[in-house]
Design a protein around this ligand. Structure first.
Ligand SMILES: [Cu+2]
Length: 161
């Protein structure tokens, strides 16, 4: 029994040391809503899971002149969206959904129509609790709707500004 305990302790310490070097923020289910001709703004959506407490503080993209992190919520029967002034909180271990009708990345001043043939590059800037920033670049597919597996609601975000 004593032997087994020692092995499990060793396993725990190995896990802890690899934990530190592992990529600490996972991005899954990402997609950008396709645009029609003349449309200058759209939304990017994804699920972000950070192992440590962190924040998503900025996003940039070569396809958009302006990128903001938005939240959408009901204000007296009116759906409103606004930029998050302090970024989006990513509590440790919690999957945070950016999805239509909720948090989203707003791509504005689009430089080209976003069709299914286009992949959108996003550079996400995260900040940890000590204030240290890190960046992650993701290639996000353009789609008419959320990929299978992502929770959907029935709100049709039209992203008017
Ligand atoms: Cu928005």
């Amino acid at each position: 029994m004593k032997h087994l305990t020692r092995i499990s302790l060793l396993a725990a310490s190995l896990f802890l040391s690899s934990h530190v070097v592992a990529q600490s923020i996972a991005i899954t289910n990402s997609w950008v809503r396709a645009t029609v001709k003349g449309q200058k703004a759209t939304g990017a959506f994804m699920t972000v899971t950070s192992k440590e407490n962190a924040k998503l503080v900025a996003v940039s993209s070569p396809v958009a002149g302006i990128v903001e992190i938005h939240e959408m919520k009901m204000d007296k029967d009116v759906m409103k969206m606004s930029a998050l002034p302090n970024g989006l909180d990513l509590p440790a271990g919690k999957a945070v959904d950016l999805k239509p009708g909720s948090y989203h990345i707003m791509l504005m001043d689009l430089k080209l129509p976003l069709t299914k043939e286009v992949a959108v590059q996003l550079t996400l800037t995260f900040q940890d609790t000590s204030g240290k920033k890190s960046q992650q670049v993701v290639q996000v597919p353009v789609s008419l709707q959320a990929p299978l597996g992502q929770s959907m609601n029935h709100q049709q975000g039209d992203h008017k500004h």
